[in-house]
Ligand binder design. Structure first.
Ligand code: NAD
Length: 355
């Protein structure tokens, strides 16, 4: 075994019903006196329940998915104009993403309070969009200093969004097994993430108020993102990145839909990953485990449902091809990508898509 693994400098506070207490203590430890509280309009009420005792100097709710550059610029100007000394974000990946965009140019520390399972809070990856082009990069400056996880804040996340977001986390786990910097530490996180998601998500679907199910999903969201942050983007993320940016497809649902096809394509050439994923699901094979979980969750299954049309397949494949990571367990041609996208667009059974 030979590897080099960076562990990211970040504190994780986890406790259901404890966000307000953790937030107050962590903000005090950072010496924050003028906080910018970032929460999208639908999350404002959630933020109010936990931010009461913080020294909030500015509330900001101008949040847009994929962080358009003009939205980032407005938030940065507001932070500077209000002499902000710390950022607190309460919300999903879009809200965390805006806090990261502000931190990137101001150097302000972030305390992130996630309310979905997207996992952005545990990565140093930023994303900005200009027109239809999404640009991402890695900068440790945008890594939140502290994450405050409180599963009670995810209770209001609708079941369909919880499922899609949880499968976004599952995609981080699976893709980190063959990402460019895959290593045994990431793999251990990923396997535990898959196990915990496959326990938590069915419980959330059966009863959205099942706090234990939500805790399993949230704990897994952290593991998945930490694995992904270290391993880097594999084939799955490269595909979803192009689909999200170029065709404006919804982030979590796109990940949830595409993942089984990437797994079905790569697993035969990645026996270690295949074994680990199957063991984590407790299933006969990795793809069986994923397909069975998705059926149980009534999860998104066809890109056509989100407006991706057959006539975009060739163009999308051509756009993805140059970014296919050299680390992918098997070579990828434009024809492979077209086949994969055709199956994902139609939602055909991934187990037969490459036979
Ligand atoms: P999101 O943040 O846009 O949230 C989706 C919807 O759920 C929104 O309408 C939001 O208002 C609502 N919502 C969030 N929490 C809720 C709650 N507790 N109760 C009720 N409604 C709630 O979506 P997302 O999937 O969390 O994040 C997607 C974005 O995050 C994308 O832009 C993606 O690129 C980014 N992302 C970045 C990274 C990274 O490492 N940089 C990782 C994952 C995702």
């Amino acid at each position: 075994m030979r590897f080099v693994h960076d562990t990211l400098p970040q504190r994780v506070c986890f406790g259901s019903g404890e966000a307000a207490v953790h937030l107050a203590a962590q903000a005090a430890e950072l010496g924050a006196t003028r906080i910018m509280l970032i929460a999208a309009k639908p999350e404002t009420q959630l933020a109010d329940t936990i931010a009461g005792v913080l020294p909030v100097a500015l509330r900001h709710d101008d949040v847009v998915m994929h962080v358009p550059v003009e939205v980032a610029e407005r938030a940065r100007e507001a932070a500077v104009a209000n002499r902000i000394d710390a950022l607190v974000s309460v919300g999903g990946g879009s809200t965390t993403g805006l806090a990261k965009a502000v931190a990137m140019t101001t150097g302000l520390p972030i305390i992130a309070v996630p309310t979905t399972y997207a996992g952005s809070e545990a990565t140093p990856v930023w994303g900005l969009t200009e027109g239809a082009k999404k640009t991402t990069g890695v900068d440790v400056m945008v890594l939140p200093r502290v994450i405050v996880y409180d599963a009670t804040l995810t209770m209001s996340l609708p079941v369909d969004m919880s499922v899609a977001s949880g499968l976004n986390a599952l995609a981080h786990c699976v893709d980190s097994l063959w990402g460019p910097n895959a290593d045994p530490i990431n793999a251990a996180f990923a396997a535990e993430g898959i196990r915990s998601l496959s326990e938590g998500l069915p419980r959330v679907v059966a009863d959205p108020m099942d706090l234990g199910g939500r805790e399993h999903a949230l704990y897994a969201a952290y593991l998945s993102a930490a694995a992904f942050a270290s391993a880097g983007s594999g084939l799955h993320h490269k595909i979803c990145h192009v689909l999200g940016g170029k065709y404006n497809l919804p982030h979590a649902q796109t990940h949830a839909t595409v993942l089984p096809y990437v797994l079905a394509f790569n697993a035969p050439a990645a026996p270690d990953a295949e074994r680990r994923i199957a063991a984590a699901f407790g299933s006969a094979s990795a793809i069986d485990g994923l397909v069975e979980l998705k059926q149980e969750l009534n999860a998104p299954h066809a890109l056509a449902d989100y407006g991706f049309t057959e006539d975009s397949i060739a163009e999308a494949a051509a756009a993805i091809l140059p970014s296919v990571p050299a680390s992918n367990p098997r070579p990828v041609t434009a024809a492979d990508l077209e086949r994969l996208l055709r199956a994902a667009q139609a939602g055909t059974d991934p187990r037969t898509a490459f036979k």
